[in-house]
Write a protein that binds this ligand. Structure first.
Ligand SMILES: [Zn+2]
Ligand SMILES: [Zn+2]
Length: 307
């Protein structure tokens, strides 16, 4: 399962009642932060998931409202006593930005690694999280992401029992490994049942809609997507500034057959994003206007309390 927590929902600059757009996810206690604008450490502290287990920071692009909080977050991670390395992933140029923003926090008790990624790359993060990368359409180099946590196939316990294999070996077999027992070799794949669906989410900001999005984001359980402008009348502005309206974001959710949509990255000029929710729900009814503290757990299908 993956826990998801929206820390902030603002674009351009933090406002007194709106932190900058960023998303925290947690899987097996390992945390990954998506984007890190100025002040991100404040909602992160307020919402209480802690800092020490933050092992990855993934940046969509290098505009100030998505990176300027790195200094504070890294300082807080160090203050929480982390000693294991932390990796920052982002587009080309991330190394320079990370170096610049860490000059003022010398002596961090952990190593900061930087991985500059390329479009269409697929990466493995801690807790067996797979990250797929798509090319966004923004003024500067920007990526959108799909996160997957796959699931092992169901284990055929009957078969293992019939073969006389002790329970202690079952978890290795379930992972598809081979084991030796009683002078014989058993191949784990023979004990795997049908495939099981994993859990997934998409993180999309800042960008115009891109034709490749629905393919990469197909059937994500949750899509966190920018909706810089709520009003359809602002579509021209959205095109000019390479952002999206609520309706455009909802169209991506619909075409991707997403489970749910959370809107984020609201223009500072939009005081009340809720006033425009119908523009999105017209197209995609399972839309929620994001806010700092909005959270959910994406559970594996057969572990869901509600279908
Ligand atoms: Zn932005
Ligand atoms: Zn931007």
């Amino acid at each position: 399962m993956i826990d998801c927590l929206l820390l902030g929902t603002g674009g351009m600059m933090p406002l007194p009642n709106r932190w900058l757009s960023s998303l925290l996810i947690r899987c097996q206690s390992e945390m990954t932060l998506f984007d890190c604008g100025e002040g991100t450490q404040v909602p992160m502290r307020h919402l209480g998931w802690g800092f020490k287990r933050l092992s990855s920071i993934v940046l969509s692009h290098l505009h100030a409202d998505h990176v300027m909080g790195l200094t504070g977050v890294l300082f807080s991670v160090g203050n929480a006593g982390r000693t294991e390395p932390l990796t920052i992933y982002g587009p080309p140029g991330t190394m320079v930005v990370a170096q610049a923003l860490t000059v003022v926090v010398p002596g961090l008790p952990f190593e900061v690694l930087v991985h500059e990624i390329e479009a269409d790359e697929r990466l493995r993060l801690p807790a067996e999280i797979d990250l797929s990368v798509g090319q966004a359409d923004h003024r500067d180099h920007c990526f959108f992401y799909r996160v997957d946590r796959s699931r092992e196939p169901r284990f055929d316990a009957e078969r293992a029992r019939a073969a006389g294999l002790p329970v202690q070996l079952w978890s290795r077999l379930q992972r598809g490994e081979s084991v030796e027992w009683d002078g014989r070799r058993f191949d784990g794949t023979e004990f795997q049942g049908p495939e099981r669906r994993g859990v997934s989410l998409g993180f999309v900001t800042d960008t115009r809609p891109v034709p490749e999005m629905p393919a990469l984001l197909q059937r994500v359980d949750l899509l966190v997507c920018e909706g810089t402008y709520g009003d359809d009348a602002d579509r021209e502005k959205a095109i000019q500034k390479t952002h999206m309206t609520f309706r455009e974001a909802a169209t991506i959710a619909r075409e991707s057959d997403a489970g749910a949509l959370w809107l984020t990255h609201f223009s500072p000029a939009m005081d009340d994003p809720d006033a425009f929710v119908d523009k999105a729900r017209d197209v995609f009814p399972r839309t929620t206007i994001g806010y700092s503290g909005l959270q959910t757990t994406i559970a594996f299908e057969d572990e869901r309390i509600h279908p």
